[in-house]
Design a protein around this ligand. Structure first.
Ligand SMILES: Cc1cc2nc3c(=O)[nH]c(=O)nc-3n(C[C@H](O)[C@H](O)[C@H](O)COP(=O)(O)O)c2cc1C
Length: 181
């Protein structure tokens, strides 16, 4: 019997919800990233790491990048959770470009990626995150409006609002990938 662990890092709950659904579906162990050390993952054959996207970075990805050598021989899956629509290849390309900065080529070859869509309730954002969103939107507003990407438009549309794109069905490709391993 293969041992699977889901490890997640979530600021406002979207990634946690997906991680809980994935762990439930696969009947496997679930850990919050801040509560676990890489050595605790030694017994697992498959590690599924999930983190929210923040300015292109994946929250909690360090457990994977800092301990990559400890995870050799394991199946590694990374799922991101962000507002940008992952059915648009422009958005997934942007996420990949950001990941290129933190994942070596070897890591990218080894880690199977999935992108899930999250949520954002502006009223619940921390002051720092509100300021970051405000700054990002001001930059977008200053751009030539005819050149805006769908991601830019999505950012402006969600500014100050409560948006929720969380969808349980979207975990299925990841679940099927794990089941086929
Ligand atoms: C400051 C800030 C930056 C963000 N940057 C991105 C981003 O680069 N790409 C994206 O798709 N979503 C971005 N988001 C949206 C979050 O990824 C989204 O709210 C996600 O559901 C958060 O997951 P969590 O609650 O599990 O941490 C950002 C949100 C905030 C507040």
């Amino acid at each position: 019997m293969k041992m699977i662990a889901v490890v997640y890092q979530s600021k406002y709950g979207a990634t946690r919800k997906y991680a809980e659904w994935i762990a439930e579906e696969l009947s496997c162990d679930l850990f919050e990233g801040k509560d676990i050390k890489a050595d605790n993952l030694e017994p697992y054959d498959t590690i599924i790491l999930g983190g929210g996207l923040y300015a292109g970075g994946v929250n909690g990805i360090k457990i994977l990048t800092k301990n990559f050598s400890k995870f050799s021989g394991k199946n590694l899956v990374l799922f991101t959770c962000g507002l940008a629509d992952p059915s648009d290849p422009v958005n997934t390309d942007n996420i990949k470009k950001s990941l290129n900065k933190v994942l070596t080529e070897e890591m990218q070859d080894k880690i199977k990626l999935f992108h899930l869509r999250g949520a954002m309730d502006y009223s619940k954002l921390s002051p720092v995150h509100r300021a970051m969103m405000s700054f990002a939107c001001k930059i977008i507003e200053k751009k030539d409006q005819s050149s805006l990407t769908d991601e830019d438009k999505g950012m402006l549309a969600s500014y100050g609002k409560n948006v929720d794109f969380i969808d349980k069905e979207t975990i299925l490709p990841l679940i099927n990938y794990i089941r086929d391993l």
